[in-house]
Each structure stands twice: as structure tokens, then as C-alpha cells.
Design a protein around this ligand. Sequence first.
Ligand code: MRU
Length: 359
Amino acid sequence: MDNEIQKVTHVQNIRYDRQAEALYIIDQTLLPNEEREICLQTAEEMYDAIKALKVRGAPAIGICAGYCMYVLAKSVRTEDQQVFLRKLGEYGEYLNSSRPTAVNLSWAIRSMLRTAVENVGCTRGQMLDALYEKAVSIHRDDIDKCTKISEFGLTLIKDGDGILTHCNAGPLATSRYGTALGPILLGTERGMKFKVFSDETRPLLQGARLTSYELQRAGVDVTLICDNMASMVMKNGWVQACFVGCDRVAANGDTANKIGTSGVAILAKHYGIPFYVLGPTSTVDMDCPAGDDIKIELRDPEEIKTMWYEKPMALPEVQCYNPAFDVTDHSLIAGIVTEEGVIRPPYDKNLKKLFARKG
Ligand code: MRU
């Protein structure tokens, strides 16, 4: 059983093979039917992998972007460091334009560019080594943060609890335990039992394809439900807490996460169930005052009408609105679980305090 859990928590969703000098990701669009690695070599392949959700989940996108920037830096063949910086900056801008909502993407790209600037004057080899080390440290840091988030999250639930989650914030979306699924996997590893309800998460089905896949393989009691069944399981008294991930947390605690999350939070409030957001502090954007300032990605209507069906499920001319994320108002959130601990309301004051302490 422990081995089964390890297979899930230690999945190598993103890995840089130093010998082969190649970046590999598990193509998440193929799951749960096929676990296949693909190699990302060009900027276009990287852009496409992020845009098409082959690599997805805010922290995983950040980790992948770090390695992508390293691979792209290696491809810039010039001794002129100003030309090198300009070209790397252009690659960063291009990758950053693939998905606008998750802050981890721009955060990781900025960190890589800062490292490049800090190493101006070094040899090309030293510059590339520094960039590689930075990418690895972004990855290692996330492993460490996810482990701490899982520990803090575990203090909020007890053996036997029912937990509802939306989308996928497990190891595939991050590194190691994940964020929202972290406490569940860590607790299970320690012999605790939970009953998890996984929203299927229309339209791209991350809950069905990824969350139920990860939890089932880890030996967790998981029940897949359609998104519109969340109210029913809450009303039945089967849910003691909601755990979700996040793509960007504004300075006032408003949180962008997968479309449908805010509905879950509203339902949880109605039924008196605590609703927790779990994520690393790298997902908190203190430059973003409130949820209204978060750019929400709009996606192709075909994801709703045709993507999962043998035949179209709506007339071609029917209009669709397909936002990939929504914003949960901070008033609905019982706590934001970070690697620094559980942040409670008032979020504007407590997030500011946290970042002042971190420096
Ligand atoms: O569109 P996706 O699949 O990238 O959306 C992912 C989510 O909304 C996750 O909940 C979020 O990124 C947190 S992952 C730890």
C-alpha cells in the first residue's frame, strides 16, 4: 500500500534528464488511459504543452517553465550577453502568453530572467549552470512547500472525514504530494482514512481524469461525482471540509481557481462546511489587489460542445462562454493553507504580515 502511494506521490511529471540533455513531461491530456512522456525541445512545443494542458496545475506550470527557460537559454548561441538576455526575454514573454491566470508561470519566468541578469559577466558555461541550478531550485522548493502544505492541511481534518475537492491539485499538478490532495495523501500514508468526493470538473474533466486517477491508485476511498452533485453530497452530511488549489491569490484573499470553484465555496457556506484553499506563497500575488484584477483565461468553445463526444452536443452556431477559472470571494474562505502555515481572515492584513515577515 505504501508503495502504491509512493508511486503516486513521487510521480515524475516533469523531469530534466541531464545525460540526454532533454526535458520530459507526462502528457496529462492522455490520462487516465495512457501515461506517456513527451520531450519538449522548441519554444513552440513548450507553448503548446502549457496551452493545451499537457502540463497543467499552477505550480507544475511554474516548474516546467523554469526548465523550459534553461533549455531555451542553451539554444541561444551567442557570445554577446546583451543579445542573449534579449533573446531569453523574448522567449519568456512568448511562454508567458500561453496562459494568463496562474501567477506561477510569470513568477518562474521572472526568476529565471533575474538569474540570467545576475550572471552577466560570467562565461556562457557558468551562466547556463546558474540557470540550471535555478530551475532545479524552483522544483525542489515546490517539493518542500507541498510537503509543508500537506502537514498544515492535515491539522484541519480528522480520520474518517469526508472531503470534497474540485479540479486537480495533486502530485501531477505540482510536485510530490500536491496541495489540495496533499493532506489526503499524507494522512493516508500514515494510516488515516478519508472519503473523498472528486468533482469531475467540466469541461476538461481534471477531477475525473486526474484526481480520481491519482487517489484511486493511492488506495484512497474516492467517489467521482458530476459538478452538479456537490450540493447533494454536502446536504447528505458526507462532507466535513472542502480542499481546493489555487492559480492566483489576490492581496485581499480573493482566489482564482478552476471554473466551478466559487460555486463549491458558496454551497459550502450554505451547509456550514469549511472551505480551504491550499497553495504555495508563490501563488499569492501581492501586486494584485483583488479578484477583479485577475485576468481570466477564456478557452475554445469546442471544449464544451465536441471535445469529449462522438458527435457534437450542440449546434455549431450555438454560442458558448468558456472561462477556465473563476474567483472565489475571500469572505467564503475559512483558511488559506501555505507552506508558512494556515492564514486566516482578515486576509488583507494577514497576507501583508506574512510577506513582510518573509521579506
Ligand atoms: O486549467 P488547469 O487544469 O491548469 O487548472 C488547474 C487548477 O485550477 C488547479 O486547481 C490549480 O492550478 C492548483 S494546482 C495545485
